[in-house]
Write a protein that binds this ligand. Structure first.
Ligand code: WAQ
Ligand code: MG
Length: 242
């Protein structure tokens, strides 16, 4: 079957509002475009003044299939506790964990994620305002048909993080939603997606992602994988994923 990558990015006066990535068969392309165009208008950061949709046929041979990460929940009652959980997960992986966490909470309106070297703490993206944009990713269910993750931020994040984590040079990911009222974030590491409730206070404009990368990684190859190589993630059914 021929699959298509469908991508949306929306902005207002140069400010990134929202973006989304799907991989769908031909008969789902038009409905997917409609859904993503609507989504750009409904974003809590504001109505998008400009929305771009891209539809691209994929080489079926090039599509990789990877398993979803296992989902766990760290019970955090408030952002202070969430900070402790995040640092406990990341500190064993890099001496620069504190700076990584601080920078991720401070970043605003990036389209993509920060790429941070575990050994040096250095940022690895050529364009730091944009970051690295994970694309060409979607979910497949047990019957290998693509399923819509777009209704559910947690499921969509699990799909994205499973693609990212499937690359051997990625050690961990930290994510905070840029939706002011979506206060659950996560850390992905060692095959597990740890959900972190109350990662930020309600109403906070914080929102960004950081990928921690093994020192000596081939950054160009990693960029190509994250931005261009199509990956379908095998996700458990909706009920199991909660
Ligand atoms: N590639 C790289 N970075 C991205 C991408 C992408 N495709 N999409 C978003 N980001 C970055 C960007 O800096 C955003 O500002 C930031 O991540 C947050 O994006 O289990 O909704 O789409 O309940 O707001 C977490 C769910 C939801 C946790 C995360 O992220 C749970 C979310 P958002
Ligand atoms: Mg968002």
């Amino acid at each position: 079957m021929t699959y298509f990558s469908v991508r949306m990015r929306a902005s207002s006066n140069g400010r990134h509002i929202s973006g989304a990535e799907r991989i769908v068969p031909a008969e789902r392309v038009s409905v997917t475009c409609a859904q993503l165009a609507q989504r750009a208008l409904d974003h809590p950061k504001g109505v998008a003044a400009e929305t771009h949709l891209t539809v691209e046929a994929l080489d079926p041979e090039a599509i990789r299939r990877v398993p979803a990460l296992a989902v766990e929940v760290a019970e955090c009652a408030h952002p202070g506790e969430a900070q402790q959980v995040i640092r406990a997960l990341l500190a064993p992986l890099t001496p620069h964990a504190d700076a990584l966490v601080r920078d991720t909470f401070a970043a605003r309106d990036m389209r993509g994620a920060m790429l941070v070297c575990a050994g040096t703490g250095a940022r690895l993206e050529p364009d730091r305002e944009r970051g690295v944009r994970v694309s060409h990713v979607d979910a497949v269910d047990a019957t290998c048909t693509t399923v819509a993750p777009g209704k559910d931020a947690a499921r969509e994040a699990l799909v994205l993080s499973s693609k990212v984590a499937a690359h051997p040079d990625v050690l961990a990911e930290l994510c905070i939603s840029d939706d002011p009222d979506y206060t659950t974030g996560y850390v992905a590491h060692a095959g597990t997606y740890t959900r972190i409730p109350n990662i930020k206070p309600v109403g906070s404009p914080a929102g960004a992602r950081a990928f921690l990368v093994r020192e000596g990684a081939d950054t160009a190859a990693l960029f190509r994988y994250l931005e261009r190589e199509p990956v379908l993630v095998r996700v458990p059914s909706q009920e199991d994923a909660q």
